[in-house]
Each structure stands twice: as C-alpha cells, then as structure tokens.
Design a protein around this ligand. Structure first.
Ligand code: S5P
Length: 267
C-alpha cells in the first residue's frame, strides 16, 4: 500500500522529510503506535525498543527520567530507533522563553543532536518554536515541534482561547509538525481536528485498550476511537511497557490503530 492512499491529504500537504518519514514508517509497520518508552534505566529501555520496534511508527522518550544516562548509552537508543526507521521524539514539554529553550535543547543531554521531534507548550509565546528550530540549526540538523493543544490529564488548563491560539500559531509555522491532542476524549479530538484542518498532525496520548480513569489523573480512551476522531499517532506507554507480554500488546495497538486508519481513509 502506498502512503498517499492511506494518508490522503496529510501526505500531500506535509512534505517535510520528518513528516514523510513518520507516515512511511507507519505504512511499513502497519501501525500508528508511538511508544512512550518511560523506563528509568537504559538497558530496560533498549530491551523494550528492540523487542517491540518492528510494531512501532515512532519512539518517544523522557530523557530526564533516565537514572543512568550516558552519551554512549543514549547513542545505542538512537541506533535502535534507526534500525527500524523510527523518529526519536523527546517529550520535553519546553515552556520557557525562546533563548533559554534553545540552550535547553543543547545542555547536558544534547537533545538537538539526537531528537527529531520535541514537544513545547506555547504558554510563554510563539518564540519557543524559533528557539527549538535555532538549536537544531546550530547542530546542522532538522526537526519538528509538536505543540500541546490539549492534554489527557484530568483538570488540565489547555482549552478555549488558549488552545485556539496554539492551533493558530502552529498552523502558521513551518517548524510545527502538529499538535498533541487528548486521546481520552474523542469529542475533544474531533473538535481539535476541525480547528487544525488537514495540514498538520495530531498525536494523542491518553489511549489504552482498557478505557477509563487511571493513576494520578491520567485518563484513557480507545485507540480506534482516537484515530477515527482524527489522531495520526497514538502515544502508548503503560499499555505496552507494563503489559505481561509487551510484544503482543504492541501488536494489538498496532492492529487497532492501523485498521482505524484504513477505515478513516476508506483505503
Ligand atoms: O497530555 C498528555 C501529553 C503527553 S505527551 N498526556 C500524556 O500522558 N503525555 C505523555 O504520554 C506522558 O508524558 C507519557 O509519556 C505518555 C502516556 O503514558 P501512558 O503510560 O499513560 O500511556
């Protein structure tokens, strides 16, 4: 199957290499799963990625939860992602002024040197995206920003005029590949898709095959509902890494998300 068939307008509108890489990998692995590899030791993270990698479309990390981080160890994570052609997405949720964000993209972890995607809040104003892009330019790399337009957690404040402003800015900035939307509430996601249009991605956390409220205010919706409502990537953490059989779980999330994309596109 060709990417244009399943991605439709998203494929024709999004020509940036990272967007194309994501959509191509998704078609190759028949999966819209972005694994939230929230492991605190590099060996555990590597073992997880190596086992479920073929069923993923992207890999998301929180580098600052890793307790035994080394540059060399992280190089192995990058290599494991490259082995199966996954974008490496550092979910840093930057929120500072542009110039500090640029420095934070370097810093101890050197995020600009290995991340293809990062998340940012727009709370400090639009220059944060320029800060991210400048950091990638500093190291001769390119990347994309996913702006948080919604969140999955109970009681969050990303709604109304603030969320509208995030979408308006993201639609007008080439560095913004798309938005984080709330996978736990399909009706909120449908509303977000109508505001975003077809020319940007929406990636959604808060999805699980077991729907409901969970620890510390996290909420879950079904991955199929999220994709039908307009999600282009389901971000799945504990549904895979806490499963008794992570490989079987990754396959199940891949299948649910892929079938929903086929249904959505009519392919
Ligand atoms: O609104 C959000 C945004 C994000 S990026 N809600 C989230 O849960 N996330 C991230 O998605 C969160 O940081 C975690 O890495 C992942 C969800 O993990 P799970 O274990 O709940 O599936």
């Amino acid at each position: 199957m060709e990417p244009a068939e399943v991605w439709g307008e998203r494929w024709s509108a999004m020509t940036a290499p990272i967007a194309r890489q994501y959509m191509t990998t998704a078609v190759r692995s028949n999966s819209l799963v972005c694994l939230a590899a929230d492991k605190s030791r590099i060996s555990d993270l590597l073992a997880l990625v190596r086992s479920v990698g073929p069923f993923l479309a992207a890999l998301k990390t929180h580098v600052d939860v890793v307790e035994d981080w080394t540059e060399e160890g992280w190089g192995e994570v990058r290599a494991a992602a490259d082995d199966v052609d996954l974008l490496l997405f550092e979910d840093r949720k930057f929120a500072d002024i542009g110039g500090i964000t640029q420095k934070q993209m370097h810093g101890l972890y050197g995020i600009a040197g290995w991340a293809d995607l990062v998340t940012a809040h727009l709370i400090s104003g639009p220059d944060i995206v320029d800060g991210c892009m400048a950091a990638w330019a500093d190291v001769g790399r390119n990347g994309g920003v996913l702006l948080l337009a919604q969140m999955s957690s109970r009681g969050n404040l990303l709604a109304g005029a603030y969320s509208d402003a995030v979408v308006a800015h993201g639609r007008s900035h080439d560095g913004v590949m798309g938005f984080i939307g709330n996978g736990s509430r399909p009706e909120e996601l449908r509303d977000l898709r109508s505001r975003v249009g077809e020319e940007r991605m929406i990636w959604t956390p808060g999805v699980n095959l077991v729907v409901g409220d969970c620890v510390m205010g996290q909420r879950y919706g079904h991955p199929r509902e999220a994709v039908l409502a307009g999600s282009d990537a389901i971000i799945v953490g504990s549904g895979i890494h806490k499963a008794d059989d992570p490989v079987a779980a990754a396959k199940a999330y891949a299948e649910a998300s892929w079938q929903a994309l086929l249904e959505r596109s009519g392919a």
